[in-house]
Design a binder for this molecule. Structure first.
Ligand SMILES: Cc1cc2nc3c(=O)[nH]c(=O)nc-3n(C[C@H](O)[C@H](O)[C@H](O)COP(=O)(O)OP(=O)(O)OC[C@H]3O[C@@H](n4cnc5c(N)ncnc54)[C@H](O)[C@@H]3O)c2cc1C
Length: 461
């Protein structure tokens, strides 16, 4: 059993690895978690706006993630889980906010009548989507992009007005570049299962076990008080004295005795095991002296710059009460915002009678217009879109701007093969492990899954 472990990065992945290790190895193993920032939590941040906790990084968790649930349950947060309020989300398409039709998995329509009724697509575009049912099987390359799966089956309107906004909302990415297998494995699997995606989706829905009370549990949930409850609980579990904040790792070297030394400006840390849980570009810098090829692969994962602006209004200042969780905007609409979450009508723990919070997302693959803007210009551009789309012209009484440059890793075509090669290159570097959103799943649930596997590998030594 290793007696000392250093984890570089106190984001959700690093903290989850440390938590699982603490649970598996007990207090005898010295675990030190370094982070460049003065606070732990990585992209999970929950500042207050108008007295309400606003998640400016991730704001929802994939409820079915088993390892994430294990963390939440083990940290005593189960009773803090909240489901979004009913009402659903919208897409800004063809001059109106239109409801996302039920059963649209990642923007792929399972039923066409609701799509036609929603007006999301033109009648011709809806008809073209229906051709999926009769078209012969599509020949696919080994690792197709999402676009290569969608366009031939459903046509370009489904791609432009349903799939691209939904993937833009989650990954800030372009479906033409993203690997279907790595980004939306369920869709990739469906495309390989049957000839028609619509018929395969129907079969899968019919075969899925029905919940006993006929109420489907929400796929995405949050925590009362915001998601930093989770990262803070992990810090408490590990022990705050195990954290070294404001300690950016600047070097990583293997000693003659096989142990690892991580260098920071404030000093160095030597341990039996080192886990690097930073974004891929930082991991690349740390691994460069150990394996130029591994560093090169890490640098092949591009990252997209995003930001969000949360605005606080009085309810009477909005043209109408908000019903629903928010909306997404397809790039073809040429707007500045990528989407908008109506926080106070989405989450029960934020609902109140005095304040309406609207969180607007900007930035996606190929669009970082926001980067050079100062906060005032960014807010102005966002508010111009809110006026067009929602008719909101009032001055917000408070606001919060969160910039996330280099934030969203893109699993582009070939990602899985690159990760296999990376694993093979890192394997001989005995005692060095990589984990986090850069590798095999970019959301919090996937980070928890990878963290548990990383901890298990260490515990098994
Ligand atoms: C705007 C936004 C919205 C998102 N929404 C969701 C969502 O709703 N649901 C969801 O599941 N996921 C969401 N995500 C993704 C989620 O944030 C990631 O899954 C998660 O943050 C990844 O955790 P991580 O620990 O791998 O990386 P990070 O959170 O990036 O943490 C990495 C840590 O490494 C530290 N670090 C970097 N360099 C060094 C160094 N040299 N030395 C020491 N420390 C270093 C950083 O300071 C940071 O704390 C969202 C992401 C963004 C940006």
């Amino acid at each position: 059993m290793p007696s000392s472990i250093v984890i570089v990065g106190a984001g959700p992945a690093g903290l989850a690895t440390a938590t699982f290790l603490r649970w598996q190895l007990g207090p005898e193993t010295a675990i030190t978690v370094l982070d460049a920032r003065a606070e732990a939590g990585g992209k999970v941040r929950t500042p207050l706006l108008a007295g309400l906790p606003v998640d400016t990084g991730p704001d929802s968790l994939l409820a079915r993630g088993a390892e994430l649930r294990e963390l939440i349950d083990g940290l005593g947060l189960t009773d803090q889980i909240v489901e979004p309020m009913p009402g659903g989300a919208f897409i800004w398409s063809r001059g109106r906010l239109r409801p996302i039709p039920p059963g649209a998995t990642f923007g792929l329509p399972e039923r066409l009548l609701p799509v036609l009724r929603s007006g999301l697509l033109s009648p011709a575009g809806t008809l073209r989507a229906g051709l999926d049912v009769v078209l012969p099987r599509t020949a696919l390359p080994g690792d197709p992009s999402v676009g290569e799966l969608v366009r031939p089956r459903f046509g370009s309107e489904v791609y432009d007005r349903m799939v691209e906004p939904l993937l833009g909302g989650v990954h800030a990415g372009s479906p033409d570049l993203l690997s279907a297998g790595s980004t939306v494995p369920e869709i990739a699997a469906m495309a390989r299962t049957g000839r028609s995606m619509i018929l395969t989706m129907r079969d899968r829905r019919r075969a899925a076990p029905k919940p006993p009370d006929s109420k489907r549990p929400a796929a995405l949930v949050s925590l009362r008080g915001g998601l930093s409850r989770l990262t803070q609980a992990m810090v408490s579990e590990i022990g705050a004295d195990s954290l070294r904040l404001g300690s950016a790792a600047t070097g990583l070297a293997r000693e003659a005795d096989g142990r690892w030394t991580v260098t920071t400006p404030a000093g160095s840390h030597t341990a039996d095991i080192v886990v690097v849980a930073t974004p891929a570009y930082t991991a690349a810098d740390l691994l460069e002296p150990l394996s130029v090829e591994a560093a090169g692969i890490l640098r092949e994962t591009p990252y997209v710059d995003v930001a969000n602006v949360t605005l606080a209004y009085r309810p009477a200042e909005l043209p109408q009460a908000l019903t629903g969780t928010g909306f997404l905007v397809p790039p073809v609409e040429g707007a500045f915002i990528v989407g908008c979450t109506w926080l106070t009508s989405k989450w029960p723990h934020l609902a109140n009678e005095d304040v309406v919070l609207i969180k607007c997302m900007v930035g996606r693959w190929g669009d970082n217009r926001w980067l050079p803007m100062d906060d005032a210009e960014l807010e102005g551009r966002v508010r111009a879109d809110l006026a067009t789309i929602m008719g909101v012209v009032a001055e917000p009484f408070d606001r919060l701007v969160q910039r996330w440059p280099g934030a969203m890793p893109q699993y582009t075509v070939g990602h899985s093969a690159r990760m296999d090669r990376l694993d093979a290159l890192v394997e001989p570097l005995d005692g060095l492990l990589l984990t986090g959103s850069a590798y095999r799943g970019s959301g919090l649930a996937a980070c928890a899954t990878q963290a548990k596997a990383t901890a298990a590998r260490i515990a098994a030594r």
